[in-house]
Design a protein around this ligand. Structure first.
Ligand code: B3K
Ligand code: ZN
Length: 879
């Protein structure tokens, strides 16, 4: 096995300018004829043409229409001494039905569809399957007339005719594109249509295709497409470039969605929503994923990646764009907090583990392993820092220059940064370290206040722990958005040498000093407003300072982070207490702060719900280098206990109040709406209900708790409230869970996406019988190990969102996942590799757990035919 190295990139020896593809569709034996116009790019005529292939049956090869010599190896088709320019015809046979890996052409519930990023096209035909070969595609899809009412591919529909009982549909995409953006869909669907007229007057037919009978669940998605089109014109000046835009929803899909040129293919999870069956989160996800894939049309399709090491070029940028889209359309602070939670949770974890990689990785074995929170979400943070440093105007100037220089090309992260640099005149040389270095920098700050000079003198030291393959780190450019508050909670204007200065202070050194003048008193400092850099901050807050920030900061993220800091300090303290078998320290400040938030802050419901969030165990693990899982879990439980018991009256009242409002809405005949206001009430009622119920259980009033949750389930008119009740019932192990689960099952067993919530609720319950329940559910007729959504809902939830049971000291959780990974290795290794992430923590866990995971890994490493996806992760964990 071999890793590829970023620095080994070589320009292609040949390019393919045009390709004419014919698909004679058949479930188990589709014939693909690829007629490519090949051009040599090198001087050296001895270099053979090498095409990639994977799981193909080769039927025929012709060069300029004639027989020719060729060599077929396991993963290539090679031709020696070819002319400088010629037409190559390759005929292959593929089996879409047995394609359980869901890469290339496969069958999802009777419909043909494709997933070619990153290297799926080579499973369709032999091709230069690298993103730096851009070709114009013409596609003919042939099937018995009537078999597949909709036959779609990229670009414009050119011809649709029936000959000898066969229907032939021809599509032509005028934009040259890499093979990973090729798409084909054939099947029967419900079709939704909208008209859109671009700012330049182009008329666009927008189509959405969903499973038969699901049209009413597609309106939110298709309207989101129009909102995305409009927003991209307004905010980025980017207009759609074809007369047709199609989105298709399918049930079997490894990822969330795919941005194929003018034919986006989606996991139905991110398309199908309606008031009855979808949660608030489902609705928000549809908007953001639809936006994300649409925005790729410019950042990904028009300008694409030269090689896969550059993935963040399109993904980091497009995540940044979809975050801005949701922020402009919904609620900015909430969107920001959601993004921050991903960074501080899974991303910091990845950075601290064996798979740590820079947003532009240097070594890759299986590219599918690098569609990671680092490449995507940290990548978006890096773009956001550029935006913070340049400001919106210069950033947009940079975007314009980027498109002017690179439209129609396959480029690198370096090209993007250069465009930003050249357009703004701001030097980003050192900033590039964010692209080359892995790991989470830690900024530790301190303040010396000089009362005589009225100066606040800050010292900031940055350091980044070693990551695999990178022991020494160069300092990063860290934009620190700071604010100073007086003891009265008022903001102090930042000044230096008599002049006002920006809140964004740029740290560039290992040791930095930042001075502000005219500071009338020792200030309270907000250090990382809006989470202006993906770093950890250490700062010795004096007593009362975090409370001041919580109450007075004008930046909502600062308020949120202050509460998180208060919570974390007790979690750490009590984790240490638990380790030393000392009594817990009373979490006084958390209780006080919660009381303040609930009774005095006047915050809106949604923000209040977020600020009252106790970080999940997975995120809390990030506070420690060595993880004592049992102590962390005990410490978190203790915090929940104290809050539930000491604020019991408040929780009960709050729940009653919100419930009364809910009943009022129902009484007035006002239905479910996905508005900020309604979402806020539901977010907060979830928090109130859970603390209230926990308090009752702790008091021994379980029957009452059980009844309240049943009541909530019964009055619910929407999926969010239904799941608030269902999850509370399972999370607190209430008697009513049996009845609620049973009712939910009978109501929703025929809707797979909704039923996934049942799997999630059972798999996330932190109780000893959970693993047995999960095992039983694998036999449920709704479960299907070949469908990635089902696997993620049941098994992914268990491994990733139930650290308590998964890491059970008996080792049963690890054994169970090991069995699953071995099974999935043979069918869909990409999905397997995605759910094994929690096992990669092994080196930070206690010696017993580490030993058990090591044994499991050894067992997996010995299975014949182990996929690169799984091998790469275990191999790195062992190094
Ligand atoms: N580019 C695709 C992801 C493909 C995943 C391949 N394992 C979706 C997206 O990020 O928009
Ligand atoms: Zn993307």
């Amino acid at each position: 096995r071999q890793e590829k190295r970023r620095l080994d990139y070589k320009k292609p020896d040949f390019t393919i300018t045009d390709i004419d593809l014919t698909f004679e569709l058949d479930l188990t034996a589709t014939i693909v004829t690829a007629v490519s116009r090949v051009k040599r790019l090198t001087e050296d005529r001895k270099i053979p043409l090498v095409l990639n292939g994977d799981s193909l049956k080769l039927l025929d090869v012709k060069l300029d229409g004639a027989e020719c010599a060729f060599r077929e190896t396991e993963n290539t088709l090679e031709l020696d001494s070819v002319p400088d320019e010629f037409t190559l015809t390759v005929k292959t046979c593929i089996n879409p039905k047995d394609n359980s890996e869901l890469m290339g052409l496969y069958v999802s519930d009777g419909k043909f569809c494709t997933q070619n990023e990153p290297e799926g096209f080579r499973r369709i035909t032999f091709f230069t399957d690298h993103p730096d070969v851009l070709a114009r595609y013409t596609t003919h899809i042939i099937a018995p007339d009537g078999a597949y009412p909709f036959m779609l591919s990229n670009g414009n529909l050119i011809k649709d005719e029936v000959k000898d009982g066969k229907r032939v549909v021809t599509w032509e995409d005028p934009f040259p594109k890499p093979s990973y953006l090729f798409a084909l869909v054939a099947g029967d669907f419900d079709e939704l249509h909208r008209d859109f007229v671009t700012c330049g007057g182009r008329h666009v037919d927008v189509y959405l295709y969903v499973d038969k009978g699901q049209a009413s669940c597609g309106t939110v998605a298709i309207d989101s497409i129009l909102r995305a089109m409009e927003w991209d014109e307004k905010r980025f000046g980017l207009e759609y470039d074809l007369n047709r835009f199609n989105v298709v929803a399918v049930d079997f899909f490894n990822a969330g969605a795919m941005e194929n040129k003018s034919l986006n293919i989606f996991n139905s999870k991110y398309v199908l929503v309606d008031a009855e069956s979808a949660t608030d989160t489902d609705f928000e996800n549809v908007l953001s994923v639809i936006g994300h894939e649409y925005f790729h049309n410019w950042t990904g399709d028009r300008v694409t990646c030269r090689d896969w090491f550059q993935l963040s070029l399109k993904e980091g940028l497009t995540v940044f764009r979809d975050q801005e889209f949701s922020s402009d359309l919904c609620c900015r602070p909430i969107e920001r907090i959601k993004a921050v939670n991903i960074i501080k949770g899974p991303q910091f974890t990845e950075d601290a583990g064996p798979m740590a990689h820079p947003i532009r990785p240097d070594y890759v074995m299986e590219m599918n392993n690098f569609y990671s929170v680092t490449v995507y979400d940290k990548g978006a943070e890096v773009i956001r820092m550029i935006h913070t440093i340049l400001g919106e105007e210069l950033f947009q100037k940079g975007m314009k220059l980027y498109f002017k220089r690179h439209d129609g090309c396959a480029v690198t992260c370096e090209d993007f940064v250069s465009a930003m640099e050249d357009a703004s005149g701001i030097d980003l040389k050192q900033f590039r370290n964010w692209y080359s270095q892995a790991g989470t920098p830690c900024v530790s700050g301190s303040l010396r206040y000089d009362a005589e000079k009225k100066q606040a003198v800050y010292t900031f030291n940055q350091s980044t722990p070693a990551t695999p393959g990178q022991s020494v780190k160069q300092p990063f450019v860290i934009p620190l958005s700071m604010a100073l508050y007086g003891s009265d909670g008022r903001k102090i204007l930042l000044k230096r040498n008599g002049e006002p200065v920006s809140e964004v202070q740029i740290l560039t050194e290992e040791h930095n000093v930042v001075v502000f003048d005219d500071v009338p008193e020792r200030p309270v400092t907000a250090l990382l407003q809006n989470f202006s850099a993906p770093v950890k901050v250490e700062y010795p807050y004096a007593q009362g300072e975090l409370e001041t920030l919580l109450k007075c900061a004008d930046d909502p993220v600062t308020r949120y982070e202050s509460m998180q800091n208060i919570i974390n300090s007790y979690i750490v303290l009590n984790t240490v207490n638990a380790q030393r078998r000392l009594p817990f320290t009373h979490s006084e400040l958390v209780v006080q702060s919660f009381r303040y938030i609930l009774e005095e802050s006047g915050l809106d419901n949604r923000f209040m719900a977020y600020i009252l969030r106790i970080p999940p165990v997975n995120t809390l693990m990030g506070l420690f280098t060595a993880i004592d899982l049992d102590a962390i879990i005990a410490s978190r439980k203790e915090l929940v206990r104290v809050l539930s018991v000491e604020l019991a009256d408040i929780w009960e009242k709050l729940y009653q109040k919100l419930l009364a409002e809910f009943r009022q809405r129902l009484a007035e005949g006002r239905g479910y709406e996905c508005t900020e206001e309604q979402i806020g009430s539901r977010d907060l009622i979830r928090v109130a209900l859970n603390f209230h119920v926990r308090g009752l259980v702790l008091k021994g009033e379980e029957a009452k708790a059980s009844a309240i949750v049943s009541g909530h389930y019964r009055i619910s008119d929407n999926m969010t409230d239904t799941l608030i009740a269902l999850n509370a019932a399972t999370a607190h192990n209430l008697e009513s869970r049996h009845e609620i689960l049973k009712d939910f099952e009978s109501r929703w067993r025929d809707n797979a996406l909704v039923f996934d919530n049942y799997f999630r609720a059972v798999a996330s319950a932190p109780y000893p019988d959970t693993l047995d329940n999960v095992r039983k559910l694998m036999e449920h007729e709704c479960f299907d190990l070949t469908n990635p959504n089902r696997v993620r809902a049941l098994l992914g939830t268990f491994s990733q969102l139930n650290p308590e049971c998964f890491n059970d000291i008996s080792g049963r959780g690890y054994e169970f996942l090991t069995e699953i990974l071995i099974k999935l290795n043979g069918t869909n290794p990409h999905v397997a590799a995605a759910i094994m992430t929690p096992m990669l923590n092994l080196n930070r866990l206690d010696i017993k757990r580490k030993g058990m995971i090591t044994d499991c890994f050894n067992r997996i490493m010995r299975i014949p035919g182990l996929s690169d996806s799984i091998f790469e992760k275990i191999d790195k964990a062992f190094k």
